[in-house]
Design a protein around this ligand. Sequence first.
Ligand SMILES: [Mg+2]
Length: 167
Amino acid sequence: MDGTGDSVERIRADHHADTLPEVSLDDLTAVGITGIIVDLDNTVCAYRRPEPAPGVADWIRGARERGFAIVLVSNNFTERVALVGAELGIPVVANALKPLPFAFLRALRLLGTPRQATVVIGDQLFTDVLGAKILGLRTVLTKPLVAHEFPLTRVLRFLERTVAGRS
Ligand SMILES: [Mg+2]
């Protein structure tokens, strides 16, 4: 099949950061971002951990103080997502089925920001970044907080490494 290179190009993130707290709010403002959709597992919290990773709560507080709208969108189940959202003081969309667009559309309504002013920040190319790209949202790909993951995630990681090896 031809065209593999094009598909790979299309699911590359717009920006990269090692962790969520290292995402520059100044840079987001500079490219016109006012709404932030953030992933939970391995972006806000380490896998299976209830507490946000170091620096995350401060980063989110700082972003809200600067006027960014933020929503947590996670494929994880309702109770876990709601607990983290409550701790951080931000709305949530759980059971998101990323990369399908429905949860992102719901998140956009909660944010009240236009697509071109909204960024998705997450650690997975095939859920966070791909789902964002489907709707024309900007993307920041972070590195996963820890390596221990769901079996399906491990398969997706393998595919990501394969894709990354081509670029
Ligand atoms: Mg994640």
